[in-house]
Design a protein around this ligand. Structure first.
Ligand SMILES: [Zn+2]
Length: 465
């Protein structure tokens, strides 16, 4: 395998995989080599894809430069992507899941970038093997490893081998770890030799490291010992074809952050409406000054005043107003302003003066608000004290006229008994229980309460006898 693989000696990713920016990728992509970027999930594919599109100049060309390939794309769309990466020199990147490359070979692919460690060593080798098919070119496979993956590998190997399965079950961070993967992440020996040993590959030099085996390209673990240039040329473009656009985020100075400003301006990241209006007026006056100064320097005098300091430049400055502190900041914010060399420092002075004024205004407003709050709190307290006094006086009056009320016989809160209706009304007093009757009295009470008519008459008694 020609492709050197980045491993434990490489610095881990400088960003997580859960976010929306992947700047570590740009270091490799700016070499303009045809590459596949492998992601574990379709969702991650999308985030990487969107990030890369945003690093390229706007326009349709970027949709040609970066393509998506996964199971949720239409089959003919995926076929078009394969055709483009194979035949179109302007198509550089395919962001894909593991499905890419199964069943077909693309000889022109030079780089395989894996965002996160693949599930298994076999999958890693499969994805790395998609590039460098052409023996005359230098293929390159890179795994972007999260620092947590290194930690998980160490933790996994620290477990007793018999207990590793249980550890995987108990610990979520170890659930995706296995023996080979943990060893691959933690090995300090030659990676090619490690893979050869793992798969029991034969060959005279299979167990030697890249230096001893004189491999054309070293693996990342052997790289420190490798003497000689490592050259990864870009994919060829047809003669006369326009060069690929640069990724704008590469080497671009970062936008100034508002932490460079001081005092109250630091808290207010944006200008208030009133401040923005003031700053805009000042910037328009500044434009007049530039106009007056510059119009005599040009041979034709019909250039409109707005062209000396265009409106978009003013808006851009207003948007970043509190973050500007150097002329370099201005170069980032208004890169196309053609009079920056001569008037940049004057503009910066104006901005700094206004920043100072705004900071003082904000501070004064803050102090004023604080004083107002304090006065309000004081007035409230005084009012509360006064009303307390009145209440005390009233109570005193009452106590003079009437005897003190008896303490309430029941506590204010009572415990509600089980199965009682949820109501705050006091329960009604129960009827007193009736006295127990004797069995004879109860039996008596069940007898008919009326007198029956079937009473024998005295004369009938005689007949019966
Ligand atoms: Zn090696």
């Amino acid at each position: 395998m020609n492709a050197p693989i980045s491993s434990s000696r490489s610095p881990p990713l400088t960003h997580g995989l859960g976010g929306y920016i992947f700047p570590d990728l740009l270091e490799y992509l700016k070499d303009n080599r045809k590459c596949v970027i492998y992601c574990a999930t379709i969702e991650l594919c999308w985030r990487v894809y969107i990030y890369l599109l945003r690093q390229l100049p706007p326009g349709r060309e970027r949709l040609r430069r970066v393509r998506l390939y996964h199971a949720m794309c239409w089959p003919d769309e995926n076929e078009e992507t394969v055709r483009m990466i194979r035949d179109d020199p302007q198509c550089q990147i395919v962001v894909a899941t593991v499905a890419f490359g199964q069943g077909f070979n693309i000889r022109v692919l030079l780089d395989s970038l894996m965002v996160g460690v693949p599930k298994t060593v076999a999958q890693t080798l499969q994805q790395a093997g998609r590039v460098g098919r052409d023996q005359s070119s230098n293929g390159r496979a890179v795994i972007f490893v999260q620092s947590s993956a290194y930690k998980s590998a160490e933790k996994y190997l620290a477990q007793d081998p018999a207990r590793r399965a249980q550890a995987k079950h108990n610990n979520k961070s170890l659930s995706t770890m296995n023996n080979e993967k943990a060893l691959m992440l933690s090995t300090m020996e030659c990676l090619i030799a490690f893979f050869n040993k793992l798969y029991d590959n034969s060959g005279e030099t299979s167990r030697l490291d890249c230096i001893a085996a004189k491999r054309r390209l070293p693996c990342s673990n052997c790289r420190p010992q490798f003497i000689g240039p490592l050259f990864f040329p870009p994919s060829p473009l047809p003669i006369g074809a326009p060069p690929l656009a640069a990724f704008t985020a590469v080497d671009k100075p970062p936008l100034p952050s508002s932490t460079t400003t001081s005092g109250a301006a630091k808290q207010a990241r944006k200008l208030t409406k009133a401040m923005r209006a003031t700053a805009e007026t000042e910037l328009r006056l500044f434009r007049e000054r530039v106009h007056r100064y510059e119009r005599d320097r040009v041979s034709h005098g019909y250039t409109p005043a707005s062209s000396y300091f265009p409106n978009p430049a003013i808006t851009s400055i207003l948007d970043h107003f509190l973050a500007i502190s150097t002329v370099d900041n201005l170069a980032t914010i208004v890169p196309k302003w053609k009079h920056r060399d001569r008037h940049g420092s004057a503009l910066l002075e104006l901005i700094e003066n206004l920043q100072g004024t705004f900071a003082r205004d904000l501070e004064a407003a803050r102090l004023q608000k604080k004083a107002a709050n304090r006065a309000k709190a004081k007035a409230k307290k005084r009012h509360a004290d006064e009303s307390d006094d009145e209440m005390v006086e009233e109570e005193d009056e009452v106590s003079e006229e009437e005897p003190p009320a008896a303490a309430p016989s029941k506590p204010a809160t009572r415990k509600r008994s089980a199965l009682e209706d949820t109501t705050n009304e006091e329960p009604k007093p129960k009827r007193p229980r009736a006295p127990l009757l004797s069995a004879a009295a109860v039996a008596e009470s069940f007898r008919p309460q009326y007198t029956t008519r079937t009473r024998r008459r005295p004369d009938q008694e005689n007949i019966l006898h």
